[in-house]
Design a protein around this ligand. Structure first.
Ligand code: SF4
Length: 612
C-alpha cells in the first residue's frame, strides 16, 4: 500500500533507546492512519488506568496516508495520548510542517515513552532520531524555542513542535505549538509532553513519500479547485476565515456570552466578528497543501497592543476570549491569543476557565485576595491577560485554575459546578448547545469531552434548516457526523475543505486510490470509522467511564436561554437521555454504552491481535 511508510519510530526517553515498529499492511487498511491507527495503538500499548502524567503514559504523533500528497488540507497531524484533564482518550489535531518532515524522514509517526531525567528535545531525520539536551530552551516560550531550534539546526524549513512554560509547569490544558501559530491544543497534550521533560521535536527529512499516481492527485486538485472557485462558501471562507462563524452563532443564538449565560452579544458586531477582524487583516495564509487560505494574518490596530501581529484569531478564540468574557476589544483578544500561543495554553479552555472564574468573582465565590489582588470582572481586558499569566505560572488561585474548570469548581464549591461548562473535564468550545440540541448530544457523548471537532452540528441545525430545538433524529445525525469526521481525521485531512469546496466521500475515495493504489468504497470508509469509534469507546470503558460520564452541565440542561431565537430553551435531562439512547443504538452499543457482541464481530474487534 503506497502513501504510508509502514513504520513508526519508538523512543524511550528514560533509557534513550529507540527502535522501529512496523505497521502491518492489514492494520493500515483497517485503520488508515491518524485517529484510526492512534485508537489501535493507544488501546494496545497503554496499560489500563495509567496515570497520564506518569512516565508510563505514551505520547503518539501520527500522520496519515494523505500526508505529503498535496491533497487539500493534508498537512495535519494528530497527537494521541491519555488526557491529564479528562483521564480518558485524547486526540488533538494541528497543522504543521512537522507532519510532512516526519514522513519525509521515513516514518508514519512517533511513539514517545518514559520520562527524560533532564530537559530534552528530539532531532528526527533520515537516519532516525537523536535525543538532545534542551537546557538552553527549557523555560523559554514556544516562539523563542522554535526560533532557537531552527537556528541551531541551521535549517529554517525544519518542522518544529514545542511546548511553552504552561506545558513545563504541567497546567492541565497546555498545548503543543507548531510553526509558531498552530496548536494541537485540546485535552492537555502539551502537559503530557512537559511531564516527559520533552521541550520540542524537530524533524527534517529528505526522502520522497511514495504515492501511487501523483499525476492523478494533481489532476484531482485542479478539478476541485475549479469547483471551489464557484462556491460562495469557499469564497467567503477564503476572505473572512473562521471569524465568519461568529456572525452566524450570534444570529443563531448560540454565541457563548458571559460564561454561557447568554447566546447573543450585539457588542460583538463590527468589532470582533468577521467585519471587525477583517479590518485588521494584513494578509491571508494557508496551511501547506491547501488552497482554501482560511488563515488570517492580523495586526492590532490601536491601543496598548497596537502593532501586535498574529496568525488568527480563529472563531473559537474570539468566542471564548471575546463574548464569553464580555471583551469587545480585538487588540486585547489578539494579545490574549499571542500570550496563550507563546506560553503554550489552549485558548478554548483558558477562555472558558477565566469566564468561570469571572462568574465566581461576580457571585462572591472567588475573591481578589485569592487572585493576588486581581479584580476579575467581566469585560476587564487587563484582568483577563493577568489571569492567563497567573494560570501559566501557577500563582495564587491560578494554580487551581490551571487544573481546569471541573477541578476549580470542586475546590470553590458553593454550587459553582452548575456553571462549570465542561464534559468529562474538557471545557466547552464556543457553541451554546441550548440553541442547537445536537451540539449538546455531541459534547455529551464525545470520548474526549466537550468537543467541536468530532461533529459540527451548527452546519445542520443553524445553517442547514434542521430544527435546532428538537431531539428527533439527533442521535443518527451525530452518529453520521462522527463517522464522517473520523474518516477525515484518519486519512488526516482538514475537515473544512469538504464543507467549503465541497468534497464528498467519493471524492476522498478517488484521492485514496490515486495516493495508495487501493480502491476503497464509501462503505469501507464507514466501517473503518465505526470500528475506530467503537475501539475508542472500549478504551474509555476500560478506564472506568460509564454512561453517567456522557452528561452536560446543569446550566445547559436546566437554565433556559434568556435571549436570542432560542429564548426559553434548555435541553433538559430527559431529552438528553433520549438522544443518548438513539446515538448508542446507531453506534451498536447497548443502553449502558457498551459495544454489543454483534458490533464487535461486525468490526472484527473480538479477537484482533497485532504484534507491535
Ligand atoms: S481549510 Fe483552512 S485550516 Fe483547513 S487546511 Fe485549509 S487553510 Fe488550513
Amino acid at each position: 500500500m503506497k502513501g504510508i511508510c509502514g513504520k513508526l519510530l519508538d523512543i524511550d526517553l528514560a533509557s534513550g533507546k529507540t527502535k522501529e515498529i512496523g505497521i502491518p499492511v492489514e492494520t493500515a487498511r483497517r485503520y488508515l492512519g491518524g485517529r484510526g491507527l492512534g485508537a489501535r495503538l493507544l488501546f494496545d500499548l497503554l496499560p489500563a488506568k495509567t496515570d497520564p502524567l506518569s512516565p508510563d503514559n505514551i505520547l503518539i504523533f501520527l500522520t496519515g496516508p494523505f500526508t505529503g500528497s498535496m491533497a487539500p488540507g493534508s498537512s495535519k497531524f494528530v497527537v494521541v495520548t491519555k488526557s491529564p484533564l479528562t483521564q480518558g482518550w485524547c486526540d488533538s489535531y494541528s497543522s504543521g510542517r512537522i507532519s510532512l518532515e516526519i514522513k519525509k524522514a521515513g516514518y508514519d509517526g512517533l511513539v514517545i515513552r518514559g520520562r527524560s531525567n533532564h530537559p530534552c528535545y528530539l532531532q528526527i531525520g533520515d537516519k532516525g532520531v537523536e535525543i538532545r539536551e534542551a537546557d538552553r530552551i527549557w523555560g523559554k516560550d514556544s516562539f523563542a524555542a522554535e526560533k532557537t531550534l531552527k537556528g541551531l539546526e541551521g535549517n529554517a524549513s525544519a518542522g518544529v513542535s514545542s511546548i511553552g512554560p504552561a506545558g513545563e509547569n504541567l497546567c492541565s490544558y497546555a498545548c503543543i505549538n507548531s510553526d509558531f501559530y498552530r496548536q494541537a491544543a485540546r485535552c492537555g497534550v502539551g502537559t503530557v509532553m512537559g511531564s516527559k521533560r520533552l521541550k520540542a521535536i524537530v524533524a527534517k527529512g529528505s526522502k520522497n513519500c511514495e504515492f501511487h499516481d501523483h499525476k492523478k492527485v494533481v489532476e484531482l486538485n485542479r478539478a476541485n479547485y475549479e469547483r471551489a472557485k464557484v462556491s460562495q462558501v469557499f469564497q467567503a471562507r477564503s476572505k473572512y476565515g473562521t471569524p465568519l462563524t461568529l456572525n452566524f452563532t450570534h444570529t443563531g443564538g448560540i454565541l457563548p456570552t458571559k460564561n454561557f449565560q447568554f447566546g447573543t452579544w450585539e457588542k460583538a458586531l463590527g468589532k470582533i466578528d468577521s467585519v471587525g477582524v477583517y479590518k485588521s487583516v494584513k494578509s491571508h495564509r494557508s496551511c501547506q497543501s491547501c488552497f482554501v487560505h482560511c488563515s488570517l494574518i492580523t495586526e492590532a490596530a490601536e491601543g496598548k497592543y497596537k502593532g501586535t501581529t498574529l496568525e488568527g484569531p480563529e472563531y473559537e478564540t474570539l468566542g471564548m476570549f471575546g463574548s464569553n468574557l464580555l471583551i469587545d476589544s480585538l487588540p486585547t483578544i489578539i494579545q490574549a491569543n499571542v500570550l496563550c500561543d507563546k506560553l503554550g495554553l489552549d485558548t478554548i479552555s483558558a477562555g472558558n476557565v477565566i469566564g468561570f472564574a469571572m462568574e465566581c468573582f461576580e457571585k462572591g465565590l472567588l475573591t481578589a485576595g485569592q487572585m493576588d489582588g486581581l479584580e476579575l470582572n467581566f469585560g476587564d481586558d487587563e484582568a483577563c491577560l493577568a489571569a492567563i499569566e497567573m494560570i501559566v505560572h501557577r500563582r495564587g488561585f491560578g494554580d487551581i485554575l490551571a487544573k481546569g474548570v471541573r477541578e476549580a469548581a470542586r475546590q470553590i464549591g458553593g454550587g459553582s459546578d452548575r456553571f462549570a461548562m465542561q464534559v468529562k473535564g474538557l471545557e466547552f468550545p464556543a457553541y451554546d448547545p441550548r440553541g442547537a440540541f445536537g451540539s449538546g448530544l455531541s459534547y455529551a457523548v464525545s470520548p474526549r469531552g466537550a468537543c467541536h471537532r468530532r461533529a459540527w452540528p451548527p452546519a445542520k441545525e443553524i445553517l442547514g434548516g434542521y430544527p435546532p430545538y428538537t431531539i428527533e433524529g439527533k442521535g443518527e445525525m451525530i452518529s453520521d457526523l462522527y463517522a464522517e469526521n473520523c474518516i477525515f481525521h484518519s486519512l488526516l485531512v482538514c475537515d473544512m475543505p469538504a464543507k467549503f469546496i465541497p468534497l464528498t466521500l467519493d471524492d476522498y475515495a478517488n484521492y485514496f486510490e490515486a495516493i495508495t493504489g487501493e480502491a476503497i468504497s464509501r462503505r469501507d470508509f464507514q466501517v473503518m470509522a465505526g470500528r475506530t469509534e467503537t475501539l475508542i469507546r472500549m478504551f474509555n470503558n476500560r478506564e472506568g467511564f460509564t454512561r453517567e460520564d456522557d452528561n452536560l452541565p446543569y446550566r445547559t440542561l436546566r437554565e433556559p436561554l434568556p435571549d436570542g431565537p432560542g429564548k426559553g430553551q434548555c435541553i433538559g435531562d430527559e431529552n438528553l437521555q433520549r438522544m443518548i439512547d438513539d446515538f448508542y443504538s446507531c453506534q451498536g452499543w447497548d443502553s449502558a454504552g457498551i459495544p454489543t457482541e454483534g458490533t464487535l464481530k461486525k468490526y472484527g474487534l473480538t479477537d484482533e491481535e497485532i504484534k507491535w
